[in-house]
Design a protein around this ligand. Structure first.
Ligand code: BGC
Length: 740
């Protein structure tokens, strides 16, 4: 929508304080329809006649602001009166405040600005427009500071002063209608406990690690203060642990008006389970006055899962919450420390699990739009989108950049949109071309610094990148991304013969370099002095070799046996990091080691999925042992208790154990592979997905040695069934029962 409205800014720079842009207007005829569009560089909250308008918070959301800025549209017909007061409060948010670690602010702009336009259609057919321009007035607001990382200060006793007339200004990014989901307030959670820590501090426990903020309803002496500090965990003594938040202060300060007040941040959010009442003006806090509000993108819930093992059910709960907490307008790594960024690797690793839990098409449509806009001319894709690191660059890394092939392809398989696939085909192609040009050898990627098997447990504990050689990983992902590009091209009717011809060459080059005498061996690789001795004897190396299909003949058996032996030798525990973990159980169960896959799933000692569950986790942890056995923590520089990557295992739980998988040949679950791989250790398992083609559900349960199956196929879909006995059938829409 093209508008004559002007971007406007405050005549005075108040540092981090939010300002209010105000305009009064009258309607003297009957209004048929009134529509408002608004956006900001920074974040805005829109009030009409004193009431907050719209369901969204943290609007206009986070895009690659230099390229594009979303505006939101509101129907305000029922809210208009004869005399109206418009107020848009604008804070710094991602665009102007600190972002990309605490040493970067003003990354996208050095001041906030606002744009607004309203069209009123009267019942007599006439129209009137109201646009932001220099006639608007700008006032101070009670929000004295509002920072994504540091929290918000709201002083209800602060005088509201006129700063002057707004000043027109220029904004670089193009205005676009909102493409993503609204960011909304979701669950409201009451504290489960209010207690004093051994240090004597007063702490609220909400029982759930979450992203959002605490709302407080209170009446107390005018001018008295509430100061809140947030944390995800308690330390081994039971005190609040905040070191892992790094420089993010996560501090909300409220000054009471003396009347009935409601406080919550407008331009900030926190990642927390515990909240310390560092200052509180009343004798005893009433639990009823506090609610933790979970804030995340509004997405339709599509998946459900339950099984006979309570710990696995808790793991599932943690996976879903890990997603909610980190799907806040874009897929972030974590919600609590001074990071909260759109890491590409994390997004692709978790994608398939994400698309089971929620309908994420629109969510990713928005983010991928920014990824495409930020793709370098040479095809490189940065580790973080939107890029927001002053003077720093993220690595151009395999498995991170590959998000641009993996996500569009899986979006297509899940939701069937060729339009989206077509839109992103050039991005996919440019990425593959970039790798192809990377060198020094044509069919391998043997250059650059990669994140590797991030946080794997098989390297020096001080290193983050795992022991699996990064060029091995890079070359395998090169093969994988090229294969996805070829599939996409075929679906779209684009000539991809050039890329198809690459596939056997890449594969052969990988084999020549990394497979020797029927096993994985490093035939040659470049490694720098000081790096650990490169070895392919890692679990992740075998997982990738199996999953990405580089085995010939009997090698798959041999590799799977090697992998299994390594896991057994490690006490039936994995050592895999971000890259190996998503495919680990698949590599085992596809190659004759289903039993071991289940043993790993149910393992409770670290590293394992259930270790965190056994230690009270309510979301996924960044490290397998973010909290160690002895009660100490992993290095606070990189220790989030809300990182979803390892939740990728849900793709195996639902896709293999329960056995529901979409088929590439007939997207949107028009054709479904149903191939349950039950195990008595779970007793029963029941999962459903509300797909674009309808609801698919599989429920299996044990009675004695017999497994009973109940299968629901969407009305217009076809399911290709394979039961463990080898029985196969083609099922059309309906409900079926089997036993064997
Ligand atoms: C993030 C990760 C991310 C990584 C890059 C970290 O700081 O939290 O999740 O993928 O950097 O390897």
């Amino acid at each position: 929508m093209k508008t004559q409205a002007k971007w406007i800014m405050s005549p005075k720079d108040l540092g981090g304080a939010a300002v209010s842009f105000v305009k009064n207007f009258n309607t003297n005829k009957t209004v048929k329809k009134a529509t408002v569009c608004a956006s900001a560089i920074g974040l805005y909250a829109f009030y009409l006649n004193g009431n907050r308008v719209g369901k969204g918070v943290l609007t206009p959301g986070w895009t690659s602001y230099r390229h594009r800025v979303q505006y939101q549209t509101y129907d305000v017909t029922s809210l208009l009166q004869a005399e109206n007061n418009l107020e848009l409060c604008v804070g710094e948010g991602w665009a102007v405040g600190y972002v990309g670690y605490s040493d970067t602010n003003h990354f996208f702009a050095d001041h906030t600005s606002l744009i607004f336009w309203m069209e009123v259609l009267y019942t007599d057919g006439t129209r009137e427009q109201l646009l932001s321009d220099a006639s608007w007035e700008v006032y101070t607001s009670p929000i004295l500071s509002g920072e994504i990382y540091h929290g918000e200060t709201v002083d209800l006793t602060a005088p509201i002063e006129l700063l002057g007339q707004a000043v027109e200004c220029e904004v670089e990014g193009k205005l676009i209608p909102q493409v993503g989901e609204w960011i909304v307030e979701n669950e409201r959670i009451a504290p489960v406990e209010i207690f004093r820590t051994p240090k004597g501090e007063l702490v609220l426990d909400f029982g759930q690690n979450l992203t959002g903020y605490v709302e407080i309803k209170i009446q107390g002496p005018r001018g008295s203060r509430i100061v809140l500090h947030h944390a995800e965990v308690l330390d081994k003594d039971g005190n609040l642990y905040t070191e892992n938040l790094r420089a993010a202060r996560n501090e909300n300060i409220y000054v009471l008006s003396g009347g009935k007040d409601t406080f919550k941040p407008t331009f900030s959010f926190q990642g927390f389970r515990y909240v310390r009442l560092t200052e509180f003006p009343l004798e005893t806090p009433d639990p009823e006055s506090f609610r933790a509000i979970a804030v995340h993108s509004e997405m339709k819930r599509t998946g459900s899962f339950v099984c006979g093992n309570e710990k696995i059910n808790q793991l599932y709960h943690n996976i879903v919450w890990g997603q909610k907490c980190n799907y806040l307008d874009l897929p972030t790594d974590c919600p609590q420390r001074d990071e909260r960024l759109g890491w590409t690797g994390d997004a692709q690793i978790f994608f398939r699990a994400a698309a089971i839990n929620y309908d994420v098409e629109r969510f990713f449509e928005k983010w991928l739009g920014d990824v495409a806009l930020e793709q370098h001319k040479n095809g490189a894709v940065a580790g973080i989108v939107p890029h927001c690191l002053q003077g720093k660059v993220t690595r151009i890394s395999s498995a991170w950049g590959d998000a641009v092939t993996i996500i569009p392809w899986n979006l297509y398989v899940t939701y069937g949109s060729k339009k989206l696939l077509k839109k992103h085909f050039p991005m996919m192609k440019k990425w593959v071309d970039y790798i192809h040009a990377a060198g020094p050898e044509e069919y391998l990627w043997l250059e650059g610094r990669h994140y590797g098997d991030w946080l794997a447990m098989d390297n020096d504990p001080d290193r983050n990148d795992g022991a699996t050689p990064t060029y091995f990983i890079a070359s395998l992902y090169y093969l994988y991304s090229t294969s996805l590009l070829v599939k996409a091209g075929k679906v779209l009717g684009i000539d991809v013969s050039k890329y198809e011809a690459l596939l056997p060459k890449i594969r052969a080059a990988i084999r020549a370099r990394y497979v020797k005498d029927g096993d994985l061996r490093l035939v040659a690789d470049t490694w720098k002095e000081g790096d650990p001795e490169p070895t392919l004897q890692t679990q992740t190396a075998y997982v990738l070799a199996l999953y990405f299909g580089i085995c010939d003949g009997d090698e798959a058996n041999l590799f799977a046996n090697r992998l299994a032996a390594m896991i057994r030798a490690n006490g039936t525990r994995m050592t895999t990091g971000f890259v190996g973990t998503p495919y680990l159980l698949h590599a085992l169960s596809e190659n004759g080691h289903l039993e071991l896959a289940y043993e790993l799933l149910l393992q409770e000692k670290s590293p394992s999925w259930l270790y965190s569950v056994c230690h009270g986790a309510t979301t996924m942890w960044e490290h397998w042992n973010s909290l160690k056995e002895d009660g100490s923590f992993w290095n606070p520089h990189m220790n989030s208790f809300n990182h979803y990557a390892y939740g990728a295992v849900l793709d195996w739980i639902v896709g293999v154990s329960v056995g529901i998988q979409p088929m590439e040949s007939a997207p949107t679950y028009k054709e479904i592979s149903i191939a349950p791989r039950p195990h008595a250790c779970l007793g029963f398992a029941d999962a459903s997905i509300l797909t674009r083609s309808g609801k698919v559900r599989v429920h299996w349960y044990y009675k004695g040695n017999t497994v009973y199956y109940e299968i629901e196929v969407p009305e217009d879909s076809i399911a290709h069934l394979r039961l463990p006995s080898g029985y196969t059938a083609t099922l059309s829409g309906g409900t079926y029962h089997f036993a064997e």
